[in-house]
Design a binder for this molecule. Sequence first.
Ligand code: SF4
Length: 175
Amino acid sequence: MKKLRLATAWLGGCSGCHMSFLDLGEELMELADAVELVYGPLVDAKQFPGQVDVALIEGALATTENLELLQQIRENSRIVVSLGDCAVTGNVTSLRNFFSVDDLLTAVYQAGPGSRPGGEELPELLPRVLPLHQVVTIDAFIPGCPPDPERIRTAVRALLQGEPVHLSAEQRTFG
Ligand code: SF4
């Protein structure tokens, strides 16, 4: 049986959603029989590797790098999934939207104890943090901060069967 090509990506998030994905535990072994993980923080791939079947995206859009990567993923993925509340709503990452980028950088790097890094050290921040569906079409949403492994399991099983993701009412609850 031909394996599905799976990618994961880590945009503006804390990596907690990837940790929850790893909490699938032994099911990851079964998953390995059905999918080939071709991109993401869990594999050593520097470039997005062309067409994939499913892409699970953690984190909101916070930087121009995030935006470029998401657009590349959308163009090269059959199914794109928002994984976790930051991807779905902006969540924690979007708390900076209460401030302008300039005020934020001043508060963090000048008024605060640090010094502002120069040149290429700091990724270029978008004016506002955005959830993914405000920029590209998203095919499925897995809410939660992080989504619990059971919720991820339900969604991944459906995606592997080529079925729509239907989470139960309890699983759709944000939190
Ligand atoms: Fe981290 Fe929660 Fe955002 Fe996932 S949804 S990246 S766990 S803050």
